[in-house]
Ligand binder design. Structure first.
Ligand SMILES: C[S@@+](CC[C@H](N)C(=O)[O-])C[C@H]1O[C@@H](n2cnc3c(N)ncnc32)[C@H](O)[C@@H]1O
Length: 286
């Protein structure tokens, strides 16, 4: 390689190193000032979102974003929203819900009461899906669902249970694949272009802010569902969250993960058996 080539690659390396330091300082500042801990999120995804915010705010670099974020809570709120990747859908991966209905529900029917935790519930589609299954299976009246997310704006939407009407056809298809017994439209009213889910579905739901990176266990559960959340965490944070779930699950309790997530490779994997490996449903056995 020529000398100029060497120089160029050294300059690039040093810029990359500088950006890495700036990102670490930004995340440290956010943690110390606002209490949100993104230090153990997958770095490529965090970096992409930081640059999206830099460009949208018409800034120059990570340090200028740090200055804005620390001095303007509105910029922090916008960055938090960038970091909370919140895509969700009802009966997402319908065969997960089908397996839950066919294999987990019979176990829950044996219990005098049931506590379920949806961690990282986003705008609530997953929670309404679960509530519908429990209603149809005659379990809802003895169930308490705790629906948590780190982002309060998302939780507000989850509580409202109002979704675009044009999504309902796809959700109805999912619902039927998940073993739905009626039509999804029996669970919502229509107002203009919105589907408003019946409040009875959230009668036994507690929506609360909870951060998996920093907060502790708050109850003991028979079921914990945490899907499509830990894919954004590095191994250190995944281990922390698995510890939290292990401590929060009752013996023989069920853990449901997303289809790109796995129980393997964390410090607690040996405490679970695969209840349905294909659909990432596990049972705590020790
Ligand atoms: C892609 S959504 C998943 C929603 C739903 N579980 C599903 O599978 O459709 C990821 C959610 O995790 C939440 N989240 C990310 N980091 C979190 C953390 N540290 N604590 C709690 N929630 C978190 C985000 O705010 C977002 O709502």
């Amino acid at each position: 390689m020529s000398l100029t080539g060497n120089k160029k690659s050294t300059e690039k390396e040093s810029l990359d190193e500088l950006e890495k330091v700036e990102i670490e300082l930004l995340l440290e500042g956010i943690y110390r000032y606002y209490g949100f801990d993104f230090r153990n999120y997958v770095s490529a995804s965090i970096r992409r979102r930081i640059w999206y915010r830099i460009q949208t705010e018409r800034l120059k670099n990570v340090s200028s974003l740090q200055e804005k974020v620390l001095h303007d809570p509105c910029v922090m709120a916008r960055l938090l929203s960038d970091f909370s990747i919140h895509v969700s859908e009802m009966f997402r991966d319908p065969y997960f819900f089908k397996s839950f209905r066919e294999n987990v529900v019979p176990l829950l029917k044996e219990l005098p009461f049931v506590r379920i935790w949806h961690a990282g519930c986003s705008t609530g589609e997953e929670v309404y899906s679960m509530a519908i299954i429990l209603k149809e299976e005659g379990l809802y009246h003895k169930t308490k669902i705790y629906a948590t997310d780190m982002n309060e704006d998302l939780l507000k939407k989850a509580k409202e249970g109002v979704y675009p009407l044009d999504k309902m056809q796809a959700y109805d298809d999912n619902y039927l694949k998940a073993g739905g017994m009626k039509e999804l439209s029996e669970f919502f009213d229509i107002c203009q272009d919105k589907a408003i889910f019946h409040p009875v579905l959230t009668r036994n739901v507690v929506f609360a802010q909870h951060n998996l990176a920093t907060d502790h266990s708050f109850n003991e559960f028979h079921v914990i569902i945490c899907r499509n959340v830990m894919i954004y965490f590095d191994r250190v944070l995944q281990n922390r969250v698995h510890r939290l779930f292990y401590e929060s699950l009752s013996m023989s309790g069920i853990l449901g993960l997303g289809n790109k997530e796995d129980i393997s490779f964390n410090n607690y994997s040996h405490c679970y058996e695969a209840f349905n490996q294909e659909h990432k449903i596990y049972r705590k056995v020790k």
